[in-house]
Design a protein around this ligand. Structure first.
Ligand SMILES: *Cc1c(COP(=O)(O)O)cnc(C)c1O
Length: 382
């Protein structure tokens, strides 16, 4: 027992001696109350209002994306993005097994099937080499359409996820996907403020999806965003997320079964204030990651570090334990001492609902699943 006493003390000290240190809590330090108050005073708290447009512009500008369409949450953003690239019932979508269930839920909502390809150990994101290997062994392109030779289904899209804000090797993934005519939808839910080779994550693929859930780097309470450089897709995204209503002064006319996925103005007001704070949060998170890095240099535990080619947002810091046994000891000891730590998700292919899903060789994901633990990462204010 007490093997991890020093690290527990170190983390508690970072967070000012707090008895309980959560994994990640939101911080409201700017104009949040002001904007929410303004929103209430205006009576436009719901599906119409200026804060939504403003919030969309802020995210587009920050990410360097031409268009941004706010949604009610990140899962809805992914769902609509997949529909927009043409995913239909009984199609297949390739993604990574090491992800949060929301990625796969968006695929399932359409009646499509996830196919799981391994991640890289250095990025925790979908592996371009493993993807290329899987595609060359299992698929053929017929009349421009990638077909899975085993299942005979169409593979319509690839969804890489930027795990904990660490960018996947997205430029290499893009070139593999273009070889096979596959659309890329980036699950950038965790990576607002993360860059790969100086370009913002979520802006490489045809579409990207962000989340503003309460545990993410900034929050709108609940919320999401679709980003794209394609004007037609952006217009369709807006249309589909707002009940597919044909604009008219008073008539109700809808040209498809749309979704009520629009972000309420009240949430957007919160988001606008949070976006103003994002640069400061990013620099504070970078400092925290450096402090952890320095600490773990003299420790037996490996701190997960990212290479030169990207600039992560350091949303969640992670350590890599030696084995499943060590991981479990670490989880038990830290959590029993009020330091909240969490293992990485159970691999998607091991969930009952995806037991029959096709997978590539998942050696890296299996290795990581047994060892990765997230440690407290909330923004620390001076
Ligand atoms: C948070 C998250 C989402 C979206 O979650 P919502 O709660 O619907 O906003 C999607 N994918 C990943 C990997 C996430 O972490």
């Amino acid at each position: 027992m007490a093997k991890f006493k020093n690290i527990i003390e170190f983390i508690r000290t970072l967070y000012g001696g707090q008895e309980f240190v959560p994994l990640h809590e939101p911080r409201f330090l700017g104009n949040e109350k002001k904007y929410v108050q303004e929103c209430i005073d205006s009576t436009f708290v719901s599906s119409v209002g200026a804060f939504v447009d403003g919030f969309e512009r802020q995210v587009a500008e920050f990410t360097g994306s031409k268009y941004a369409v706010a949604t009610v949450n990140g899962t809805a953003a992914l769902h609509v993005a997949l529909l927009l690239v043409g995913v239909e019932r009984d199609d297949e979508v390739i993604t990574q097994p090491l992800t949060f269930i929301a990625t796969c839920n968006a695929i399932s909502y359409i009646g499509a099937h996830p196919v799981f390809v391994d991640v890289d150990k250095e990025t925790l994101g979908l592996s371009p080499q493993k993807l290329k290997q899987f595609l060359s062994q299992n698929t053929e392109v017929v009349n421009g359409q990638c077909i899975n030779k085993t299942t005979k289904r169409k593979i319509k899209a690839v969804v890489p996820m930027h795990t904990f804000g660490f960018p996947a090797k997205i430029d290499e993934l893009m070139s593999v996907c273009s070889e096979y005519n596959l659309s890329v939808v980036e699950d950038a839910a965790e990576s607002l403020g993360s860059y790969y080779k100086r370009k913002h994550t979520g802006t490489f693929g045809l579409l990207g999806a962000f989340s503003f859930n309460g545990n993410k780097i900034i929050t709108t309470g609940g919320g999401g965003m679709i980003v794209t450089d394609d004007e037609a897709l952006a217009k369709k995204a807006k249309h589909m997320t707002t009940t597919a209503k044909i604009p008219h002064a008073w008539e109700y006319d809808h040209d498809m079964s749309g979704y009520n996925y629009r972000l309420p103005n009240l949430n957007a007001a919160l988001g606008s204030a949070q976006m103003e704070l994002l640069p400061e949060y990013l620099s504070k998170k970078n400092k925290l990651a450096r402090d952890y890095q320095n600490y773990f240099e003299d420790s037996e535990i490996d701190f997960f570090e990212f290479g030169e080619e990207g600039r992560p947002n350091h949303w969640l810091n992670a350590v890599v334990l030696d084995s499943l046994e060590e991981r479990n000891k670490f989880l038990e000891e830290t959590n029993s001492q009020g330091i909240m730590t969490r293992p990485v998700w159970k691999l998607m292919n091991r969930l009952e609902i995806f037991k029959k899903a096709q997978t590539g060789n998942l050696e890296n994901a299996v290795w990581l699943e047994e060892r990765i633990v997230n440690i407290p990462s909330s923004v620390i204010m001076d």
